[in-house]
Design a protein around this ligand. Structure first.
Ligand code: FAD
Length: 440
């Protein structure tokens, strides 16, 4: 049985495989599970009961915010609390390199060419300007923790489950499994956990499309992948249970992360995800299950939603990361938005300004809402819509749109590539739903 950690990720590797893989690692990027990261000892300082800043969650947003605060020269005491006991290589972040981040240089792999596949045909796009980067979770955590460890004002407490918080006499009181902690400012980056109150509230009040996936990190016996090109979406797979595609990130001729992704409410077990990946590997690469080893897995449920997440909960508590609404509604991409928001938030704090509400362009909200509704209401037509986008919009324009860096000309090109009638109908309805109703 594969061991499961608290994030629901299971990692397994056979001893023999580890030996074989270690031998072949010199030219590979997907590494066998290396076990939990060693957290720099210095971060486990004795905790106090009062801090200037308390960050809930040492995940992508919590660690990023702390990183940017330190880069801005903040030297007031910062405490980061997380219920996890360890940091594992639990996810891969992919993003287009449209701007620098402190983590971009850690990417294990990049592609300047990607393919899109649907029943209507496949489209390959190539760019020299904006590569698509592959960042292993482990490298992100390691780099962030090393930076935090350089600063004497940061304490990290793992195994600390946060319950709730309250505000009293100009302070926030955070209730943890280790007792109450007082703070002048609290940043909540605990993520949007399926089943939580925040999750259910957002689901009830919005157009909601679950993005559910399982990814397998594979090493194959023989070279089958083209490491020069990744497959962003392959919709040629069975669509009978809901909108579904395969995502293939080849990091070498024999190594890839292969994901089975549903944009649908369909209840899919991990066994079914695995079987669908197996079938894909057989069909697309003529790989039988004995022809490859699974080095690790990652799984997720990323809600794509137009819910307006509250940024501020009271005077002293702010939501960041997924909980702060940083997931792009139409795509599920979150990493770059987290970097942008945390960078701006740290700058505002350092200059004594007000934390920004949002830093992504509001202009794109309508297009996001339209795409989201299209996926929700007309999933069968989506593969062809996406194909038209990939075929009709130049790669650099498309990347700028996908990363919220588009110019009005990029957006005009995108709109020109879409079928007019269904989108116009949806636009009217979306505007009616989203526009505030004037008071009588
Ligand atoms: C497998 C996977 C792959 C992804 N790949 C991409 C990608 O390629 N590109 C992209 O843009 N986005 C991707 N995402 C989406 C998004 O970028 C990530 O989910 C990102 O980690 C969200 O950051 P966060 O800070 O909101 O939450 P997280 O990074 O999940 O951090 C939340 C932290 O809070 C802690 N926590 C939760 N509850 C408590 C509690 N009660 N008390 C204390 N601590 C608590 C958790 O242990 C965790 O460490 C992916 C998501 C997943 C799950």
């Amino acid at each position: 049985m594969a061991a499961e950690n608290e994030t629901g990720v299971s990692l397994r590797a056979k001893d023999q495989l580890q030996a074989n893989v270690a031998e072949s690692q010199r030219d590979t990027a997907i590494r066998p599970p290396a076990g939990p990261l060693t957290v720099p000892e210095v971060l486990h300082r004795p905790a106090c009961d009062r801090y200037e800043f308390v960050i809930l969650g040492a995940g992508c947003s919590g660690l990023s915010l702390c990183y940017y605060l330190l880069e801005k020269g903040i030297d007031a005491p910062i405490l980061i609390l997380d219920r996890r006991q360890t940091f594992e290589d639990d996810r891969t972040w992919c993003f287009w390199d449209v701007e620098s981040t402190p983590f971009t240089h850690l990417a294990l792999k990049e592609w300047r060419s990607w393919v899109f596949v649907a029943a209507g045909g496949s489209v390959t796009q190539t760019t020299s300007r904006y590569p698509y980067k592959f960042l292993a979770g482990r490298d992100f955590y390691e780099h962030a923790l090393a930076r935090l460890a350089e600063s004497p004002n940061v304490t990290l407490r793992l195994g600390a489950k946060v319950g709730g918080y309250a505000e009293e006499n100009g302070e926030a009181l955070v209730e943890t499994s280790d007792g109450i902690i007082r703070a002048r400012h609290v940043f909540d980056g605990r993520g949007l956990i399926p089943g939580s109150l925040e999750f259910e509230e957002a689901r009830r009040r919005s157009v909601w499309v679950p993005q559910k996936f399982l990814g397998l990190r594979l090493q194959t016996e023989r070279p089958v992948f083209n490491p020069e090109r990744c497959t962003l979406m392959d919709f040629s797979v069975d669509q009978s249970r809901g909108l579904r595609f395969t995502y293939v990130l080849p990091v070498g001729e024999r190594e890839a992360l292969v994901e089975n992704v549903y944009l649908s409410e369909a209840e899919v077990t991990m066994g079914e995800h695995r079987a669908e990946i197996e079938a894909y590997l057989e069909h697309a690469y003529e790989l039988e299950s004995g022809n490859y080893e699974i080095l690790g897995e990652e799984r997720g449920y990323i809600p794509m939603t137009d819910y307006t997440f509250p940024r501020r909960l009271g005077e002293r508590v702010y939501n960041i990361g997924t909980l702060g609404g940083e997931t792009r509604p139409s795509t599920g991409y979150t990493f770059l938005r987290i970097q942008r928001y945390c960078r701006e938030l740290a700058a505002a704090i350092a200059s004594g300004g007000e934390p920004p509400d949002n830093v992504h362009p509001w202009r794109l909200d309508l297009l996001d809402a339209l795409f989201l509704r299209f996926v929700r209401e007309r999933p069968k037509e989506c593969p062809e819509i996406y194909r038209r986008m990939f075929a009709g919009v130049a790669p650099d324009s498309l990347v700028r749109f996908l990363t919220e860096r588009s110019t009005p000309l990029d957006e005009a090109r995108l709109i020109a590539a879409l079928p007019k009638t269904p989108f116009l109908k949806l636009t009217g309805r979306t505007l009616l739903e989203k526009l505030p109703i004037p008071a009588p």
